[in-house]
Write a protein of this length. Sequence first.
Length: 70
Amino acid sequence: MQTTTLTIDGMHCQGCVQIVQNVIEQQTGVKGCSVSLADKQARIAHDADAVSSEALAQAVEDAGYTAAPA
């Protein structure tokens, strides 16, 4: 199990937070996710063999936000 923290830009409201959280949680290998609007970060527990940090960031970007490892 690995924990990845992504810095996410482009979130403006709780609706954005929910979208980002849903996108992350749909990725194979993700065990849990916490997204903070105030911190502009997502903390993700995932199986590193199933999904990489880069793939998680790409999934967030595909949803219309900017994401990078914190």
